[in-house]
Design a protein around this ligand. Sequence first.
Ligand code: 9MJ
Length: 673
Amino acid sequence: MAKLNQVKQRIEKLRAEINHHNYRYYVLDSPEISDAEYDELMRELQKLEEEHPRFLTPDSPTQRVGAAPVEAFGVVEHPQPLLSLGNAFSQEELAAWYKRTSKPIAGEKFDFTCEHKIDGLAVALTYVDGRFTTGATRGDGLRGEDITQNLRTIRSIPLSVPRDAPARFEVRGEVFLPKAGFEKLNRERAEEGLPLFANPRNAAAGSVRQLDPRITAKRPLDIYIYMLGYAEGKATPPTHWETMEYLKSLGFKINPNNELLASIDRVEKFYHTWVERRESLPYEADGIVVKVNQLDLQERLGSIGHEPRWAIAYKFPAIQGTTRLIDIGISVGRTGTLNPYAILEPVSVGGVTIKQAALHNEDDIRRKDIRIGDTVVVQRAGEVIPQVVGPVVSKRSGREKVFKMPKRCPVCGAEAIKPEGEAMSRCTNAACPAQVQERLEHFVSRVGMDIRGIGESQSAMLLREGLVKNAADLYDLKDKREQLVNLERMAEKSVSNILNAIENSKRRPLSRVIFALGILHIGEEMAEILASHFGSMNRLANASREKLLSIPTVGPKIADSIVAFFRQEENQKIIQRLKDAGVKLEEKKAKPEELPLAGLEFVITGRLEASSRQEAEAKIKGLGGTTKDNVTRKTTYLVVGADPGGTKLSHAQELGIKQIKEEKLRRLLERKA
Ligand code: 9MJ
């Protein structure tokens, strides 16, 4: 008993420590320990919880991800309606709001809070007895969707709050995808040939409304809390500003750019400051929200319909414009994707001249019914490439032309195909000059081998001059110094820099090399998984389809692509030459005792439905666990499949060995992978 008590205490201590470090990292953006130290704490907690499942609670930091997918979201009734906001689009409209608002509370002293209006998804989070119990979308304001399991995966949402918090309360906030996360997500989707999200808002909404929380967990979502909905069992502060300070003290993430301002003139200043600086923000904001700070006055002002009279969204000027779509061009990506883009009559949008814009893919063009010759609305959002929002149908003359994807690659003339179920058409010729150049650019890019000094124009020149034909040739350039110096715009100094950068790139981690090779469907994350799993390029290159599929996150599309890549002689030669040149193609594998299932022993009985027994055993071993044919005292889990015959089950029962179903094993493997 004494031992069990010690375990419980250790578990509680670990949870408190991990929650603290989560808070430092995700809420304050100011970590106190390294990732490795954090992982170590998590691993210890996971191990103790597995060994002592009776101590597992839903608010444990290990339980953020892992809920099973759902068929559809349940409905949540909001105890108090979620509000939307009225808009002001000009100084006059803000002044009119101020006049309307001041009248009913004339003679009262009040001030304002100003916040950025984040363009994400509004949610309500309910906490009961210190625990996060329900998370819901706004829906129609009265009823929203139950997305609790998805919101649990967002690290800046606390799963528990301090004991002295109100017994039951609801906070409201905006879930969003920071710009950097949005760009990374779209890069990954491009790698995988998936349609791109048009903006961070759509990406955030799409991520939060996934039926499978494991997908949500992979998206770098964040939240800012902007309101206390209600609180029971405890008095809360009398102003909005103090309420936000109070929520901050409970562990919620509050936007540090919020300000408390004494007059409407100050509000105007706050607005103009951010109109100028909005692009520098790490998130997409489409305006500011001005709120009357005194909560008793908010109450007196009340709402009209769903819109409170005590707040208003003062919108930033739209970064949109209209112009004519002269033509649709096609650029060829590194994996052969034919990417349509808009060629526009130059137009100034928010002070920047736009001549080209993204068009995503053929289906997107058809869905929006964008025709060549149309007047179109174009939009600039943050750092994101300008986009065509849609046509202005009323301006059509009837001479506009419907766009058709070419059947041949516009660069090399080879056949283009659109694989079943994919959004993009592809050029089928791996030697297509456009693909060769894109592959080289990808190889040297910052996220690849990071060879500074070789960009788009240098790649083109090296290929044009015949100095390189593929990535491996870069490592022979040191013998061609003379020729390099003779190239246009290549001074002695830049040649030295480039040659140094090439030399330095030999020490990049294996995951970068795998990613830099530009294998179809292999993004940065997948490259990391493959590197840590195989530990060497050689082992990856020789992995069979089955072996690849035994890695939990690898599906058939990825496995086939890897096998096809390494089967090509040309690619084998490139890898051999990289090796000969001294590029590091090995990595120290995690020591067996550091793998997530290290020390756990599994026995399987009965028939497995979702995978074969061999596959399940391979996955367990891949994560450091062991598998045995018979139950002994050392067995950690007996996995019980359908129709278990034999004596394993009764033996396990006699010895008090924990039994788990196949579904539980699957979740365990996914969580650990
Ligand atoms: C956003 N979207 O950032 C409110 N909001 O307050 C902020 N939205 C809001 N406040 C009351 N910062 C209703 C909506």
